[in-house]
Design a protein around this ligand. Structure first.
Ligand code: NI
Length: 137
């Protein structure tokens, strides 16, 4: 038995505003800084989706990467690319669209969509230097 981890990297651009209804204006400004800008701001996100499973004895593949790409495109990227994450994305409704919350929401969208492999990790880069990882716990 050989458990192998397979990753597809995808990209999207989106705008958001970090603002919590549970905080007052001054607290929001102090905590989120420039990210609390009333009219929002944008990021070029990179998203890595990792699944794990055993290579098929016939094809040698854990998952067809074309299928993984199409699934993530259809279920996630098409919903967030060039959108305002505070207002236009059903699976983020009512949440502060931090990278952390976006990663968890993407996990919940994808986790039931696989057969034969398991979703292992959602890794979201908000900038080149800032990234979050979610493993479903
Ligand atoms: Ni931001």
């Amino acid at each position: 038995m050989a458990l192998v981890y397979v990753t597809r990297r995808m990209h999207f651009s989106a705008s958001h505003r970090l603002h919590s209804e549970a905080l007052d204006e001054q607290q929001n400004s102090e905590i989120y800084g420039a990210c609390n800008n009333p009219l929002g701001h944008g990021h070029n996100y990179d998203l890595e989706i990792t699944v794990c499973g055993e290579p098929d004895p016939v094809t040698g593949m854990v998952i067809d990467l074309k299928n993984l790409k199409e699934l993530v495109q259809r279920e996630v990227i098409d919903h967030v690319d060039h959108k305002h994450l505070n207002y236009e994305v059903d699976f983020l409704a009512g949440q502060v669209p931090t990278a952390e919350n976006i990663a968890v929401a993407i996990w919940r969208v994808l986790e039931k969509k696989f057969s034969g492999v398991k979703l292992f990790r959602v890794k979201l880069y908000e900038t080149e230097r800032n990234l979050v990882e979610y493993y479903g716990a």
